[in-house]
Design a protein around this ligand. Structure first.
Ligand code: SF4
Length: 413
């Protein structure tokens, strides 16, 4: 039977009301790239990410000014009615920042800790312990996020030495993966020894190579039941980042691995940060895990239709649906499951349109200038004239109102 493997059992972790793991829907998260000390810019970007559908947003907390800004950003969001939980991303001095800025510690819903960057030698253990004690004091969960760009050097060196002396040495990459996993699980176990509940710990082991990412998460998933955050680090820019992230995360999700995802895209200069949210949503939706927005199926076009009408119409409808979803979530519950088809000619047009909730088959080259429209598998109209696109958009609007509008249901209650 088609479908993903059974979801791996993991312990659910509540992050400001959003539960990651424990069988809950896979959560979409994102990260800002503003200077957190700039309250206004960070507030605006968090708001945009939340509006795009990010269910958790991570912000950098790298210095006193950033830590001091966090409660003000939280306050701005609350006043704007934006409830998205904020996660603080800490490196090197997280123990100090959370100690010196209790309002920051309180305003954040989760602390991200990188065990490779907590401190060095003797200080590492005490600073890690301080971070865990602060998490317990403020009743916050943590993500222990190992990243192979900042892997614990002592651990890696020890494992490399052991491997060199082994009768059956493995590759350097395999040792590196083992070091990443041991760093993550070892740190989580240390946090539990210090008193942090298992339901307060999420793990991630990010690398930038697709095959290594798949291998490391498969191994990690088999060796623990902590909730897992998936992400390909440094995925890159544009289609490269989208494809690499989708390939890696898609395979893991299909295997039942992963409780929350973040797509680490490098935006084009001046680009839109919310793209990473849309990519995460589309990945989860196309694989059938979640539904966020109505799907518009459009054919790729070919020599049978030289007209770009169907491309323009498909884009207009997709843009309209995307822009309307924040409002429609309240007004038209269930609309995110709707499917729309916009097809270029008679070859696949009627067939594909019949499978959608509402679909149109535009005329290809040499066909009669008429566009049949199908609603729930039945042909209901044939559109003609220069304003076919507008007529179809109106039919989509009517379909949504009729099938997802609350007013009639509420009036009948
Ligand atoms: S539906 Fe028609 S126009 Fe579209 S790709 Fe298929 S044959 Fe080409």
């Amino acid at each position: 039977m088609a479908g993903p493997s059974h979801r791996r059992n993991s312990v659910g972790v509540d992050i400001g009301g959003i539960v990651v793991g424990g069988g809950h829907p896979i959560v979409v998260q994102s990260m800002t790239n503003t200077d957190t000390a700039d309250i206004e810019a960070t507030f605006r970007q968090v708001a945009a990410l939340a509006r795009a559908g990010s269910e958790l947003v991570r912000i950098t907390v790298d210095r006193d000014e950033a830590a001091a800004a966090v409660p003000h950003i939280r306050d701005r969001l609350d006043r704007a009615g934006i409830t998205v939980p904020l996660i603080g991303d800490f490196h090197y001095i997280g123990h100090k920042l959370l100690t010196d800025h209790p309002a920051c510690a309180e305003a954040l819903a989760k602390y991200r800790i990188n065990p490779g960057n907590v401190g060095f030698k003797a200080k590492r253990d005490t600073q890690f312990a301080t971070l865990i004690e602060l998490a317990m004091r403020w009743n916050k969960p943590v993500r222990i996020g190992v990243n192979w760009g900042s892997l614990d050097e002592e651990l890696l060196t020890r494992l490399m030495d052991e491997n060199a002396q082994s009768a059956n040495p493995v590759t350097a990459a395999a040792v590196q993966r083992e070091a990443i996993i041991q760093s993550a699980i070892g740190s989580a176990e240390r946090a539990e020894e210090l008193g942090l509940g298992r339901d307060r710990i999420i793990l991630s082991t990010k690398v930038s190579d697709v095959q290594h990412l798949i291998a490391v998460y498969q191994d990690l998933a088999a060796r623990c039941d902590y909730a897992l955050h998936l992400g390909l680090t440094e995925a890159g820019m544009g289609t490269k980042g989208v494809v690499a992230s989708s390939a890696a995360l898609g395979i893991l999700l299909q295997q039942g691995i992963g409780d929350t995802v973040r797509i680490s895209l490098t935006p084009e200069p001046g680009g839109d940060r919310t793209t990473e949210v849309r990519v995460a949503q589309e990945l989860l939706q196309t694989m059938g895990f979640r539904q966020f927005i109505p799907v518009v199926a459009a054919c790729p076009g070919c020599g049978r239709t030289t007209s770009s009408t169907f491309q323009t119409l498909a884009k207009e409808i997709q843009d309209h649906l995307s822009a309307s979803m924040p409002e429609w979530k309240e007004r038209y519950p269930g609309v995110e499951a709707m499917s729309v088809a916009v097809m270029g000619c008679i070859v696949n047009g009627p067939g594909e349109s019949k499978h959608a909730n509402i679909g149109i088959s535009l005329p290809g080259t040499g066909e009669t200038p008429a566009a049949p429209v199908f609603v729930d598998g039945k042909k209901v109209a044939t559109l003609r004239g220069a304003d076919v696109a507008d007529q179809f958009k109106q039919m989509v609007a009517d379909y949504i109102e009729k099938n997802y509008g609350k007013s009639e249901t509420m009036a009948a209650q």
